[in-house]
Ligand binder design. Structure first.
Ligand code: NAP
Length: 275
């Protein structure tokens, strides 16, 4: 993919994470274009990465094989309307990482139909530990699918979805998921503090425990229930703690939280389509 020209519209946090990953994977800086309205952002990005930066979106995408839409959801309709005419008669792959913005709406705003991959990444992509779900529309060929997978793969794990609607579920699971785990870390830290540990000691232990548990569940090949049972000796401390979590209906709460986030993802996608 080293000759593939990848143009980012929007040079913010997520674009920078993907650009960093692409450069680390050996993609040449000259084959990455970025368009961003902020002169400061363009100068910083160019100085730090060597990628050519543009103030004009149309200029940035002129020779692109892949165009990554990386602006905020509210910024997308005017961006698409403005670049659409420049894309007529061309066939680059569009990769949209914009949350809650449906394929049909993007095509309507562009005024033209192009191969489109929609992606739901999450914030750990900023440190190369993201989880991204991708969905391709029927215009995307196998080569373009591979390229989209490689771009997102530089920022963490990728999974492919069969249906566009599953992206709203992903939003509720791995999109919002980091916040659920942050809340759990906050709560465990607070518990340690209330039980007498210094605040920074409790916070350090809670964070490292979350990391250790996540790594074990990924690297051991065991399912999380087995790993949990293995640290839960009959009559021991963990058994007592887990029983309190189950009595408090932690599982049901998590399912309710994800269902609420899913409903909101659908509402936001409906509202974005009204633009
Ligand atoms: N961050 C995440 O964890 C995450 C997770 C999942 C999905 N996403 C999606 O990823 C997208 C980008 O998120 P982000 O966190 O990277 O946002 P961000 O940091 O705000 O980046 C957006 C960038 O686009 C620029 N921009 C604004 N108007 C533009 C225009 N007309 N043409 C070109 N660039 C323009 C913004 O410049 P100004 O700042 O000057 O306006 C900003 O630099 C969002 O749609 C979000 O839904 C993000």
């Amino acid at each position: 993919m080293s000759k593939t020209i990848i143009a980012f519209i929007g040079g913010g946090n997520m674009a920078r994470a993907l650009i960093g990953g692409l450069l680390r994977s050996g993609h040449p800086a000259t084959a990455i274009h970025v368009a961003d309205p902020s002169q400061d952002a363009r100068e910083t990005l160019n100085r730090e990465t060597g990628v050519p930066c543009f103030s004009d979106n149309v200029q940035a995408i002129e020779t692109a094989d892949v165009i990554v839409l990386a602006v905020k959801p509210g910024q997308l309709p005017p961006v698409c309307r403005a670049v659409g005419p420049a894309l007529a008669g061309r066939n680059p792959l569009l990769v949209s990482i914009v949350a809650g913005t449906r394929c049909a709406d993007i095509h309507r705003w562009l005024g033209t139909t192009l191969p489109l991959v929609r992606v739901m990444p999450n914030t750990p992509a900023l440190i190369g530990a993201g989880a991204s779900a991708l969905w391709a529309d029927e215009n995307v060929n196998a080569d373009q699918r591979r390229i989209a997978g490689e771009i997102l793969g530089t920022a963490g794990t990728t999974v492919w979805l069969d249906k566009e609607s599953e992206l709203d579920v992903v939003t509720a699971i791995s999109g919002s998921g980091p916040a659920y785990f942050f809340l759990f870390i906050e709560a465990l830290s607070e518990a340690g503090e209330q039980l007498g540990l210094p605040a920074d000691t409790a916070a350090r232990l809670a964070r490292q425990t979350a990391l250790g548990a996540a790594r074990m569940s990924l690297e051991s090949g065991e399912d999380p229930a087995t790993l949990r049972q293995r640290v839960t000796s009959p009559g021991g401390t963990t058994e007592r703690g887990i029983a309190a979590l189950e009595t408090g209906h932690l599982r049901e709460l998590v399912i309710q939280a994800a269902a609420a986030a899913h409903r909101r993802a659908e509402e936001l996608a409906d509202a974005a389509g009204d633009s």
